[in-house]
Design a protein. Structure first.
Length: 611
């Protein structure tokens, strides 16, 4: 029974990690159904109104047709005069043509482990490969009012933008309206944008401020089912996630919300629009086109601003374009009052356990300076927290191990009578005060820890490119010293069909520790179960070879601590350890004769005849 539970517990941990979000995907309304619900929400028959009155314009589809020739990033950037910025976290520029924020790169994060590799791009300009940018503008229901468009050339107050030194962009429509953009940037990843319009005419005008982020080209997600990548947002306090395929064939999603945010996320970075949290806005997420030229757009339109003659109207909003650093995101949620902004990081279903796990790891890293060592210490802390439970479980397993000879003899005596055998087994457990299910508890308690650590290693950018010791330069990537590369001595591009067999050093260490721990546990009485149990270390060695090195190191270290703990308990209980000691104990038990059944006899050979 304990071996069945042990097998189930281990397999369950992997099923949770690899299959949870496949079997129980995040609930979001299908596009067709959502469109129906949103139409009902905006219908005048239900007594509700959206952010805009009927006939008010929405945000335009920004940008230009795809260029016949894709330019390099440098060529695309040179196509417009620019305002540049260089902060502790960001490098980039703003195009004055169209007032697009379209050049944002991460100053502290490189594309690969080489420190000389290019900074990671978050936003990219039109005309280059995979344009990705944000715009802020105005719409009008009056076709006679000229508003700035994607080709409008704005005038900048200065050529550089820096924290504490905002830039003012202006554009005159030549008919009495002067549009302005005051753009500020902080020390991290947030742009504050104030849209304004000066009315120098003799009539009031009503304009609708909008903001959009556009992403062009097909996208391949890294996270698959493990974490969300693509369009998402929070609308009226509810999180919604969508795949890019939800917007094929020009499909779209519409929401009316007060507060929240909308944008696109990748594994480690995102571009997210944050409207005024107190205003009701109309949000649209849509796709247009197909193939390499497909375009995805997330936008919102705020309520109309009526500007009297000689007055100025304005609207404040924000754009986050950068890395999803946990502390930074949480600070924006608190300081700017952004509704549920922490959900921009996909903590998963077990966020209540995963996020504290991250904070503990981060604190340990701050004390030690190495995330790998922090994982080792975290493992010790987890073991200490569950020590009373694990101690009791290992003691039970030690008793079970000592009872193996007795159990084998019962099997020989009642092997043909399964019901009687189970009854005698339970009697034996009761006499010896052993809980057969207790052996699986040390593995069961590791399941939430294992899953939470997996999520932390896979999701958080803090773990990206973090080294351990030796050949492990990135704890968030698989072990690079693999079998098919001669453990790093003969590097070559292993074909994808051989990746399953490309096992690293740490997965091999994990497999060995799992095998040794298995040898300390009672062997299953069923030969089939025994063979399956013996195969588990091999199976998990292959499976874990594809996982992050940090997670494999955790598992191997946890197994090692468990082996030491279990060995000590077995010695304390006098349980034979090793094949020779177990064989000697079995021979001694066999010499003592068969066990006496709980009922004192009753078999054909039990008891003396009365004469």
């Amino acid at each position: 029974m304990d071996q069945k539970n042990f097998i189930v517990a281990i397999v369950l941990s992997v099923i949770i990690i690899m299959g949870w979000q496949t079997l129980f995907p995040a609930k979001h309304t299908p596009p067709q159904q959502q469109a129906t619900e949103q139409s009902a929400t905006n219908s005048p028959n239900n007594g509700q109104t959206g952010a805009r009155p009927p006939g008010a314009p929405g945000a335009p589809s920004s940008g230009q047709p795809a260029a016949e020739k894709v330019m390099s990033r440098e060529e695309a950037l040179a196509a417009s005069p620019r305002v540049s910025f260089h902060t502790p976290q960001l490098i980039g520029s703003i195009a004055l043509k169209g007032a697009r924020i379209d050049d944002v790169r991460l100053a502290k994060h490189r594309e690969d482990l080489d420190p000389k590799s290019p900074p990671v791009p978050v936003l990219s300009p039109l005309g280059g490969e995979h344009p990705y940018y944000a715009e802020f503008g105005w719409s009008s229901s009056d076709a006679g009012i000229k508003v700035p468009g994607p080709d409008s050339l704005w005038t900048a107050s200065n050529t550089t933008l820096a924290p504490g030194k905002p830039v003012h962009l202006s554009w005159d429509n030549g008919a009495g309206l002067v549009f302005g953009l005051d753009i500020a940037i902080d020390e991290n990843f947030m742009f504050a944008v104030k849209q304004s319009v000066d009315n120098k005419t003799d009539k009031p005008v009503t304009l609708f401020p909008w903001s959009l982020v556009v992403r062009e080209g097909e996208h391949k997600n890294e996270g698959t089912y493990v974490l969300h990548e693509g369009p998402y947002g929070v609308f009226n306090g509810t999180s919604k996630e969508f795949g890019y395929k939800d917007f094929d064939d020009n499909k779209q999603q519409k929401f009316t919300t007060t507060g929240g945010w909308v944008g696109f996320t990748d594994k480690y970075w995102m571009a997210t629009l944050v409207p005024d949290q107190k205003s009701k806005v109309d949000v649209t997420i849509k796709g247009s086109g197909a193939g390499p030229g497909i375009k995805y757009q997330a936008d919102y339109v705020a309520p109309g601003v009526t500007v009297a003659p000689g007055a100025t109207g304005s609207y404040d909003s924000h754009l986050f374009a950068g890395a999803k650093i946990v502390r930074v995101v949480d600070a924006y949620r608190e300081n700017l009052g952004i509704d549920r902004f922490d959900l921009t990081i996909d903590w998963g279903w077990f966020w209540f356990f995963t996020k504290p796990m991250f904070y503990l790891l981060e604190w340990l890293y701050g004390q030690i300076g190495n995330f790998g060592v922090a994982i080792l210490i975290l493992t010790v802390i987890v073991k200490a927290l569950f020590f009373p439970l694990a101690n009791k479980s290992y003691a039970a397993m030690s008793k079970m191990k000592a009872l193996q000879p007795e159990m084998e003899k019962l099997k020989q005596r009642y092997g043909e009578d399964k019901q009687r055998l189970n009854q005698e087994m339970m009697q034996l457990y009761r006499r010896e005060k052993v809980n057969p299910a207790a052996g699986c508890l040390p593995i069961v308690v590791q399941i939430p820890v294992f899953f939470a650590l997996y999520k932390v290693l896979y999701t958080t950018i803090e773990m990206r490119h973090q080294p351990f010791f030796g050949w492990i330069h990135d704890l968030s990537a698989p072990d690079p010293a693999t079998l098919l590369t001669g453990f790093g001595f003969f590097p070559w591009d292993v074909p994808p069909y051989l990746h399953f067999f490309n096992i690293g050093v740490w997965p091999l260490i994990m497999g060995v520790t799992m095998y040794l721990q298995q040898k300390l546990n009672p062997a299953p009485a069923d030969p089939v179960q025994a063979k399956v149990f013996q195969f588990l270390p091999i199976m998990f060695t292959f499976m874990m070879a594809q996982f992050q090195a940090g997670l494999v190191i955790y598992w191997a270290w946890s197994n090692t601590l468990s082996i030491a703990q279990q060995y000590t308990i077995m010695r304390r209980h006098g349980t034979p350890i090793g094949a020779k000691a177990q064989a000697k104990a079995a021979a001694k038990t066999a010499a003592a004769g068969p066990p006496v059944p709980a009922n004192g006899g009753g078999g054909k050979k039990g008891g003396k005849k009365k004469g």
